[in-house]
Design a protein around this ligand. Structure first.
Ligand code: CA
Length: 242
């Protein structure tokens, strides 16, 4: 129990929840992940997925978008509201990923079907590594006193963010992305650099994931903080709000 399960080294197996209504795909994913020595729970609709996130406390969730009952979007929102968990979302088409990116639903990564099981495992491993790293960083109280950039305050030890007087609640991935941009304020970082540093996964297909999380950050922190440099990447521009 408790929030430190992912960060604990040792024999506890990684637990992955797979939410997918297509039985053949769910079975194939489960078999492949179990071959990694991971513990897999399968839920075949969105509501069952939300419930399993609550009761099984998985370390990561593979979540299909097209589900009966509540869809993957709504399931992801409910999961993040109840018990934040890293989510890798499966979409049917690239334009569906674009749509989700626009909505900023709070998934950590996206993969378009069909995908190779090898890539799925690699991306999940990267996701879990990243979560573990941030747990360690939080436990070590990394970063000393909070960093102040204009009216933005980033507390690495507590993994908390304020803008002005308002505390802003970020997902772990959003926090890591903001922290990465804030390490080099006013400097343009390419999406590939951000992918490599934050997601630990450099692949051209992942740049949409970066865009998605930038949108999420802008929604929560205001539109003015992160500048888009078209065709290049993003830069954090510290400001003092009026
Ligand atoms: Ca489906």
């Amino acid at each position: 129990m408790g929030a430190a399960a992912v960060g604990a080294p040792g024999p506890a197996p990684v637990r992955v929840l797979v939410v997918e209504d297509e039985h053949a795909i769910a079975t194939e994913i489960a078999r492949r992940l179990e071959a990694e020595g991971w513990q897999v729970t399968v839920a075949s609709d969105g509501l069952a997925g939300v419930q399993a996130n609550r009761t099984q406390r998985p370390d990561a969730v593979v979540l299909d978008v097209m589900l009966p009952g509540i869809d993957g979007l709504e399931a992801c929102r409910q999961m993040q509201a109840e018990r934040p968990v890293p989510v890798l979302m499966l979409t049917a088409r690239d334009d569906e990923t674009d749509m989700l990116v626009g909505l900023g639903v709070g998934a950590d990564d996206y993969m378009t079907k069909p995908f190779s099981m090898r890539e799925l495992v690699a991306r999940l491993r990267a996701l879990l590594r990243r979560v573990e790293r941030s747990h360690h960083a939080a436990a070590a109280g990394r970063g000393g006193p909070p960093a102040e950039l204009g009216d933005l305050v980033i507390d690495h030890a507590q993994r908390r963010v304020r803008r002005g007087v308002d505390e802003v609640h970020l997902t772990p991935t959003e926090f890591d992305l903001l922290a990465c941009l804030a390490e080099h304020p006013r400097t343009v970082l390419t999406r590939e650099q951000l992918l490599e540093q934050v997601w630990d996964w450099a692949d051209a297909s992942g740049t949409r994931t970066v865009d998605s999380h930038i949108k999420g950050l802008r929604r929560k922190l205001g539109p003015d903080l992160i500048r888009t440099v078209h065709g290049v990447g993003y830069a954090l521009e510290p400001t003092h709000s009026a």
